[in-house]
Design a protein around this ligand. Structure first.
Ligand SMILES: Cc1ncc(COP(=O)(O)O)c(C=O)c1O
Length: 491
């Protein structure tokens, strides 16, 4: 137990601040000791630390209330809102909200009380609407592997633009890019381009259903394959109305049971070798190999969603694992910074997309072979996503994740990091999900204050321009934040 004296240390004004927070409902009322002295428990002390830091970072009281899950308490304090650190981001969101619901057009960017509005970037740095500069450790949720500016990609885009875009026809770029990708991925003999990872997965599932003549699709809890294929919290209401079996990830026995019960009706198993949005949960080789064998035994198609994991090696995670799926879906990095998707696989499955096939599967899309995307993708694959560059980035990520975990452990283990290579996720440690989430958000605020940016949900994706100076700077800043001693594990 800590007395209010211990909390307030030497400053009398802190006592007033705490009383004020009590009055407006942010702090629980103190207990009274036998002598009538005010006493606060450990939880109250933690909450005070949270409130004060959120306030120092410029969050107004109503935002702090929301962060603490107290949004409905009567607000007697909003008049008191003082200077915020990021008022222009708040104002930008308010302006956007007039024409975009909640000011948002991409749900994953939202984080209470409001996300930063980023106005520009160069290399591995970004600048927010208030002029604060950050080293970007989020890397556009893994798509931004090239950083925010890249002279060679700019030249490739300019050349394609000068040569004419939207040519209403086949163009040479798509053949060359398809050739590069087919040469890299063991599972891809033929492929088709799309405009996003979501679309690639939607089309891969359509292909699997039409080729096998079956309807059931096995996916995994925590999986994310796009806006209409989201399994973070069961079968999202926005998902495609397909016959999904949602199984636990990394559980070969559960998969075996599903195949024993319904193997004849399973068209495909759609799986990420590492669940990216699911917190960078790495699939075990035994689990992924078991899926390979179950599909072989039943005639279902095994589809690896490598939209995030393709960066792990020239042939993606499947190359590292030595497991060859029947189909692979790609996205993000292969568009050289532009919207991109692709799905491919064995000839037997993909040849149905040949328009001259006796029973063709149609797949239209105005921008499927967009010349700008194809040109940027080709430049990216040939000159940037080289085997040496990917291996170096993978190694940098492995070392960085290990250093982060060591640092968190040294500071009491309030957080830990999971992931593979250059993609990883910080997690709060402890039994209470709400506290874990708030602590992680607070850690993010503190790191933003020191000029380092990563996702509110803890995602970090390294990019080529992020070097040792930046990862070292991140570790030093994190050390200072943790040493401040307030982000302790749950008690
Ligand atoms: C594993 C995975 N699959 C599919 C997608 C969807 O890709 P897109 O956002 O390009 O539609 C994502 C996006 O984050 C992803 O991480």
């Amino acid at each position: 137990m800590h007395t209010i004296g211990a909390l307030a240390l030497h400053a009398g004004t802190k006592v007033q601040t705490i009383r004020y927070y009590e009055e407006i409902g942010l702090m629980p009322a103190p207990e009274r000791s036998a002598g009538g002295q005010r006493r606060y428990g450990e939880a109250a002390r933690d909450r005070l630390a949270f409130i004060r830091h959120a306030r120092q970072l410029g969050f107004p009281l109503e935002a702090v209330r929301e962060l603490l899950g107290l949004a409905d308490t009567p607000d007697r304090s909003c008049a008191d809102v003082d200077a915020m650190r990021t008022p222009e981001s708040a104002a930008a969101l308010a302006r956007a909200a007039r024409v975009l619901p909640g000011g948002n057009t991409r749900s994953s960017l939202w984080a209470a009380p409001y996300p930063l509005s980023i106005t520009g970037g160069a290399g591995c740095r970004i600048t927010d609407a208030d002029g604060h500069s950050y080293v970007d450790f989020l890397g556009e949720f893994t798509a931004g592997i090239f950083g925010h500016t890249c002279a060679a990609l700019e030249q490739a885009l300019t050349a394609a633009h000068r040569g004419g875009f939207g040519l209403s026809s086949h163009t040479p770029y798509e053949t060359e890019l398809a050739g590069e990708l087919a040469a890299r991925f063991p599972s891809i003999e033929l492929l088709r381009f799309a405009n996003s990872g979501t679309e690639a997965n939607v089309m891969a599932l359509a292909a699997a259903r039409l080729v096998t003549g079956r309807d059931r699709i096995v996916v995994f809890a925590g999986g994310y394959h796009g806006g209409v294929l989201t399994f973070g919290q069961g079968n999202a209401p926005v998902n495609l109305p397909l016959d999904f079996a949602i199984l636990p990830y990394n559980d070969p026995q559960a998969a075996a049971r599903e195949f024993a019960a319904s193997g004849d009706s399973i068209a495909a198993v759609l799986v990420e070798p590492m669940q990216g949005a699911g917190g960078c949960t790495v699939g075990t080789p035994a689990f992924l190999q078991a899926l390979r064998e179950l599909c072989d035994g039943s005639g279902a198609l095994l589809i690896f969603d490598e939209v995030q994991t393709a960066r792990m090696a020239p042939g993606g995670a499947q190359e590292l694992l030595g497991i060859t799926p029947d189909m692979t879906t790609l996205g993000k990095i292969f568009g050289g910074g532009l919207a991109f998707g692709a799905f491919g696989g064995r000839k037997a499955a993909m040849e149905r997309f040949d328009p001259a096939h006796a029973d063709p599967i149609p797949h239209a899309g105005t921008f499927n072979n967009n010349r700008l995307t194809m040109a940027a993708g080709l430049e990216a694959v040939r000159h940037h996503l080289t085997p040496a560059a990917l291996a170096a980035l993978y190694a940098r990520g492995e070392a960085f994740r290990a250093a982060l975990n060591d640092l968190f452990a040294d500071h009491g283990g309030a957080f830990h990091v999971t992931g593979m290579g250059s993609v990883m996720n910080i997690h709060g440690t402890g039994p209470d999900a709400a506290i874990r989430r708030d602590r992680l958000r607070l850690l993010q605020f503190r790191m933003m204050e020191r000029g380092f940016y990563f996702a509110a949900r803890g995602l970090i994706a390294l990019s080529f321009p992020l070097g040792e100076a930046e990862t070292g700077g991140f570790l030093d800043a994190l050390d200072a934040v943790l040493a401040a001693g307030r982000a302790r594990p749950e008690t």
